[in-house]
Design a protein around this ligand. Structure first.
Ligand code: SAM
Length: 292
């Protein structure tokens, strides 16, 4: 590990000119399939890094470093960055970019060529997740990482703004859904800002949102995470229906669903969008107890 950190505010970050030059050097044309929208604005990077609240002792996991815009900002504040990139051309270029822009910090990065949705092991234990996520897989990536890396204590991710609203929504809100409840199983999530489209190349059609999260203990229950998640999936697969009807398939009949709901202290005529993750855990537990 190299130290000390140079002063972040005085370090060069990648602007539009550098991003286009780097992309040209390796013949990269950003693809939608991989959600490749690169940040071309240093102030946005500083804002994300500041909002992430990374401690100098931390190992940060960055998913999708791309051309390195955020990676450079993270190297300035963290002890170590583990960057997981699916695109082999981008992953191969990243060490050169770091050597060129942060020559003193080349020993502080691990570049892992991999699909973030499949990784279960990393070269170092990350304590924070900070990423401008590929938009089409943002929620599954966050849930996968929270499940497989219990060392992750907190994080800040940039996602599509409407996805950010879904991730942070509470029961009763129109945007409350599967990402909100499953996210709440692992962590407390809050919105940490909105980012416009013109700080990216290429510019996406819609705004991005920042979501900050802090890990917390899941609800206390005899049911496993998988059993609780099965109830959540069933409830939101038919979100317009009452829980009694929506959970009939999962419970083995509407009458059984009603019994489990009452046992869990939940009105069977309520909809899934008004109950919190602890209530979902109680429903899963009620079925478990009945069949034990
Ligand atoms: N962090 C860079 C930035 O802010 O400019 C790039 C962010 S771009 C929105 C998303 C990045 O994630 C791309 O570099 C893309 O190749 C990568 N990516 C897409 N799917 C991925 C996956 N499943 N696992 C790891 N990286 C992925």
């Amino acid at each position: 590990m190299t130290s000390p950190h140079p002063t972040p505010a005085t370090q060069p970050l990648l602007g539009a000119t550098e991003i286009r030059r780097l992309a040209e050097e390796i013949g990269v044309r950003p693809t939608k399939t991989l959600g490749q929208n690169f940040v071309i604005d240093g102030n946005t990077i500083r804002r994300i890094v500041a909002a992430a609240g990374v401690d100098p002792s931390e190992t940060v996991l960055e998913v999708g470093p791309g051309l390195g815009s955020l990676t450079l900002g993270l190297l300035d504040v963290a002890a170590r960055v583990v960057a997981v990139e699916i695109d082999p051309v981008l992953a191969a270029k990243l060490p050169d970019t770091i050597a060129a822009f942060r020559p003193l910090l080349t020993g502080n990065i691990d570049v892992v060529l991999s699909d973030a949705m499949r990784i279960t092991e990393l070269p170092a234990e990350p304590t924070a997740l900070v990423a401008n996520l590929p938009y089409n897989v943002a929620v599954p990536v966050v849930l996968h990482l929270l499940e497989h890396f219990p060392s992750l204590r907190h994080g800040l991710v940039m996602v599509q703004d409407e996805v950010a609203d879904r991730m942070v929504a509470g029961p009763g809100s129109k945007t409350y859904g599967v990402p909100s409840v499953k996210g709440a199983w692992y962590s407390q999530m809050r919105k940490a800002g909105v980012i416009g489209t013109n700080v990216f190349w290429p510019a996406p059609k819609i705004n991005s949102g920042l979501v900050a999260f802090t890990r917390r203990e899941p609800p206390v229950t005899q049911a496993s995470r998988e059993q609780v998640f099965a109830v959540i999936d069933a409830a939101f697969a038919q979100r317009r229906k009452t829980l009694r009807a929506a959970l009939a398939g999962w419970a083995g009949g509407a009458a059984e669903a009603e019994v489990f709901l009452r046992q869990a202290g939940i009105d069977p005529t309520a909809r899934g969008e008004v109950i919190d993750v602890a209530a979902y855990a109680r429903i899963a537990e009620a079925k478990l107890m009945a069949t034990a």
